[in-house]
Design a protein around this ligand. Structure first.
Ligand code: BTN
Length: 265
């Protein structure tokens, strides 16, 4: 699959069909999606850039966005029926699973998921997800789900070398970005159908938790440092019913509401 028309065919019948917005270079696909969402852009619009000059990461981080090597995209969702901001955690978790599914289907590589949604090969990260919300009280007006995947990078700047990898570095092969994008959007379509079309949200959430337990080595029994509340160390003890990670410290069982998690030896 190399052309826009092949991509369009792959998206036939999905909520993303006919809603691709491509930019050669942009500050950030998340920012563009937020700007266009405020101006009324449709549910399911996809923003893709070949390069980002100000790619955004979680926390105060930036996202290294080398021209042409990675997939930099953002999906605009207008959840119906309306969801509360706290429920957006499920979209975030489901997106991590969608990236893992798409990557495995195209490359055969099985990703680990570091809660909530960093995707790793071995100890190194190749994909990150940044979900940004616009909410009105207890109702999400729209959500922008930004996804960065390192695909054909042959190397990274020195400060990222111990932390980052790409599908190419892990497999020795190059992959067309458009093939990964098509697989990702199809996997996202399935996740969104499960989450929003399900009559039984509790059942959909339980399935996500179950799949995460299978896909991630970080959910149970991993010694971690949590970069929140002054920083603390403990052993992961599953996810609570809202999808938040629990960590058993020497003193108590804590719930990680925000902050990064990293392995602690
Ligand atoms: C993270 O810190 O792990 C999240 C990284 C998210 C990066 C993607 S790239 C496409 C989209 N646009 C952005 O500015 N950020 C996200």
């Amino acid at each position: 699959m190399e052309t826009a028309s092949e991509l369009a065919r792959a998206l036939d019948g999905t909520l993303f069909a006919g809603k691709l917005r491509h930019f050669v270079e942009i500050d950030s696909t998340n920012l563009q999606a937020m700007r266009e969402a405020a101006a009324g852009a449709e549910h399911g619009t996809v923003y893709i850039a070949d390069a980002q000059s100000a790619g955004r990461g979680r926390g105060a981080h930036t996202w290294h966005s080398a021209p042409g090597d990675g997939l930099y995209c953002s999906l605009l969702l207008r959840p119906q029926p309306a969801i509360a901001p706290a429920s957006a955690m499920w979209i975030s978790l489901a997106t991590g699973l969608a990236v893992a599914t798409a990557v495995e289907s195209v490359t055969g590589l099985r990703a680990d998921i570091r809660w909530p949604n960093d995707l790793l090969l071995g100890e190194k990260k190749f994909s990150g997800i940044l979900a940004e919300l616009s909410a009105e009280g207890e109702r999400v007006r729209h959500a922008v789900i930004g996804i960065g995947i390192n695909i054909n990078h042959a190397n990274f700047p020195p400060e990222l070398q111990t932390l980052a990898t790409s599908l190419r570095m892990a497999s020795g092969k190059n992959f067309p970005r458009v093939v990964i994008l098509a697989a990702l959007l199809r996997a996202m379509q399935a996740e969104i159908e499960n989450l929003f079309a399900a009559n039984n949200a509790a059942q959909a959430h339980a399935e996500i938790l179950q799949r995460l337990r299978q896909q991630s080595t970080w959910i149970e029994g991993k010694r971690v440092h949590v970069d929140a509340a002054g920083g603390y160390t403990g052993v992961t003890a599953g996810l609570n019913a809202q999808g938040f990670l629990q960590v058993q410290t020497a003193a108590d069982l804590r719930t990680v509401l925000s902050g990064g998690v990293r392995a602690e030896n």
